[in-house]
Write a protein of this length. Sequence first.
Length: 311
Amino acid sequence: YFWQRGEYGSAELLSLRALAISERAVGPDHPDVARSLNNLALAYWNQGRYAEAESLYRRALAIWEKALGADHPHVAHSLNNLAIVYADQGRYAEVEPLHTRALAIREKALGPDHPDVAATLNNLAVVYVEQGRYAEAEPLHARALAIKEKAHGPDHPNVAQSLNNLASVHHHQGRYAEAESLQTRALAIWEKALGPDHPDVGQSLNDLANLYRAQARFADAEPLHARALAIREKAFGPDHPEVAESLNDCALTYREQGRYREAEALFSRALSIRERALGPEHPLTNANREALKALRSSTSSQVSSPTDRRR
């Protein structure tokens, strides 16, 4: 219930209680404890508390490997989750081996068309996109989408995730019409299945706004940015990395229109959030800092050289 509504603070409290009960009942190294650790780590991850999530995922992985063996699907699940935490911290060199190992375990244990295989394909493809490896990402996303549609039907939220991610690849490749078709379908699925204020709807709105910005469709982009930001602030609070993403992306839209003062305010707030939540050296923090620096340099140059403008 709490996960579906995006109420991650409440999910954290419930997971803490479940972990304490499991540890008392079966001891600290039982697989049931690993499951509780995994759920609590997920609550931390959704709140941007990556160091805490990593510690719990590592402990869960060690328990499952010892209790079930290195090739058990639960081990793959833990590898997958740990890889996601690393990716969110920009630790890409550590991510790919974990996803690759998880994929091999799942394909062997579950078969090539299992939804868990699709989840790993999706997550590995996301890492490739973040590194600009779009040609490698596209077939993985396409395969994941086909598996999910077969397993869940065309209108399931998991299908929407793959639609949105495949749209991201097309966006980066400049295939805007294909990207928009996929993203609008994903948005419709999420709104119907999860409600208009769910964080997944916020992500979809933000991605669609970025697609419109890439085509200079600023009037279409702005209301989507505003709605995505409102959803994320309500779901996560004002200082979450996903809020920073919305602020940063809306700032880019303002910058492209020459609305530099509005862009600077949003870049500054996004940078402050990312420095606290992700650390000063995270790739997203660095990119945010460079964007703000470039904006200030550009506007300062314009202000300090009035004679250049009169010539």
